[in-house]
Design a protein around this ligand. Structure first.
Ligand SMILES: Cc1cc2nc3c(=O)[nH]c(=O)nc-3n(C[C@H](O)[C@H](O)[C@H](O)COP(=O)(O)OP(=O)(O)OC[C@H]3O[C@@H](n4cnc5c(N)ncnc54)[C@H](O)[C@@H]3O)c2cc1C
Length: 438
């Protein structure tokens, strides 16, 4: 790994005379491909979630000759996946919080800082402390940001009153503490975002899990779901679960041709939530999940087109900036949804591509997978999933499956058990950590 000081970085960025960082970085035989001669190839990964964590792990294990650096500002990562079960009172936050020790133990260099800028010309990532790191290949997996300008009255500071709980950890804790403090008979507003957004079934699993909590501890309370969409993921399955497990507790307001139920205004003093259709709801707890876009560092890197980053379907290389890959939620991934499973799957294709470049090996055709399990009640999970491949210049679905309405209890219980296995597996891959019990 090469770390550059603030002064060196300023010099490099300001100096037109220096064409390339690191004298060991030269152009390889294939046009446009950078390779190292006589030094370790350097792969820098920004973001230690299921995209970046998995890639760090498998690249390090599969190719010890590559120098792998993970830039991630936090020492602990709390998964969004399974965080709805925490809101349902079925898991602790501790059980879904993981450190990066498993990655550093195998030789991944973790830099506990935020990346603040990328200079693709010099192939350098600048860090918050003013230093910088050079790369041969850069992989961005920084997740999402919120488009707060689309909701009047909502700024970052208002997340204390309106927790989105859509970037794990403290926000989930806050939302749960608000639910606990709410009076029995109170109103919880859940406002999912418009497409595209992270984890399409997430808000509806959350509705079930919050309803599960309220049913036990505050049974006179209600949930109002105001949704900017006309339909949502696994809709028939969720609507059936609302009726079966939480009858009379959940009011669903979807958008139709006339009424747009997107939240456009909030008021922190009254906790009022207002939709474009003019519906005003006084909430005791308001979980407004704002519209989304790629994380700021992905947008600033020059890899974005609009809100997201377009990528080559065979390997998730940026279509715009050479030597940068974008995986996970920040990418524009064709038919694939924004999910941890998708990010994990995409990281394997990137690893394969990078290894093939540095080792001169053939790369394999990309095959991607995703499955999203949702808990609708304890021991009752539904799932939707698909396999994808590169076709017609995009990531295209090649088969799909979804749980059926009216499945028997054993099938649902088996789906729940599968989700436990998946959780243990993705944590093992992302953090090189064994999950004893989830
Ligand atoms: C309630 C909920 C439930 C979910 N359930 C599921 C599920 O059951 N299954 C599933 O597959 N998916 C689920 N998801 C979706 C899943 O959490 C995301 O799709 C996944 O985390 C995306 O991974 P990522 O690596 O792209 O980004 P992230 O997981 O967001 O990781 C990004 C990392 O990058 C870091 N970062 C950001 N900016 C910078 C920077 N400038 N410099 C350095 N580091 C930076 C962040 O600190 C973060 O650690 C759920 C999401 C939610 C909200």
């Amino acid at each position: 790994m090469t770390k550059i000081t603030r002064r060196q970085f300023a010099g490099l960025f300001g100096s037109a005379g220096i064409a390339c960082l690191g004298s060991d970085t030269v152009l390889g035989q294939s046009p446009g491909i950078s390779v190292n001669r006589g030094a370790k190839a350097r792969v820098v990964i920004v973001g230690g979630g299921p995209g970046g964590g998995t890639l760090s792990h498998i690249l390090r294990r599969g190719s010890p000759e590559i120098d792998v650096t993970l830039i991630e500002p936090n020492r602990l990562y709390t998964t969004c996946f399974f965080s709805n079960l925490y809101l349902g009172g079925l898991r602790t936050l501790d059980s879904i919080t993981h450190s990066y020790e498993g990655l550093t133990s195998i030789g991944v260099n973790q830099i506990t800082q935020r990346a603040s800028a990328v200079d693709p010309g010099k192939k350098v990532v600048q860090l918050d402390d003013g230093s910088a790191v050079s790369y041969d290949k850069l992989v961005l997996s920084p997740g999402i940001d919120f488009k707060l300008d689309e909701i009047e009255g909502l700024t970052e500071k208002d997340f204390d009153i309106f927790p989105h709980a859509y970037r794990g950890g403290d926000q989930s804790r806050l939302l749960f503490s608000q639910l606990r403090a709410m009076p029995d008979g109170g109103t919880v507003v859940i406002a999912p975002p418009p497409n595209p957004y992270r984890c399409p079934p997430g808000p509806y699993e959350r509705t079930c899990m919050i309803a599960h909590y309220l049913k036990q501890y505050k049974p006179r309370s209600k949930i109002v779901l105001v949704d900017p969409k006309m339909s949502f993921a696994k809709q028939a399955l969720f609507l059936q679960a609302f009726e079966k497990y939480y009858p009379g507790m959940i009011d669903v307001h979807l958008t139709n041709e006339i009424d747009n139920q997107q939240v456009v205004r909030v008021d922190r003093t009254t906790r009022m939530v207002e939709t474009a259709a003019g519906m005003k709801i006084k909430a005791d707890v308001a979980n407004v999940i704002p519209p989304q876009r790629a994380a700021p560092i992905a947008l600033k890197s020059g890899c974005a087109e609009g809100d997201w980053c377009p990528v080559k379907p065979g390997n998730f290389a940026s279509t715009i900036v050479p030597d940068i890959y974008v995986i996970g939620d920040s990418s524009m991934a064709g038919d694939m949804p924004k999910s941890a499973f998708s990010a994990n799957s995409q990281s394997k294709s990137v690893s394969n591509h990078i290894e093939s470049i540095f080792a001169g090996k053939p790369s394999y055709p990309a095959r991607y997978r995703n499955t999203c399990w949702s808990s609708v009640a304890p021991n009752d999970s539904v799932k939707v999933g698909a396999g994808y491949t590169e076709k017609d210049g995009r990531v295209t679905k090649r088969f799909a499956f979804v749980s059926e309405v009216d499945e028997d209890a054993k099938t649902r219980s088996d789906s729940f058990k599968e989700s436990l296995g998946w959780y243990a597996g993705i944590v093992a891959e992302t953090f090189n950590k064994r999950v004893e019990k989830i």
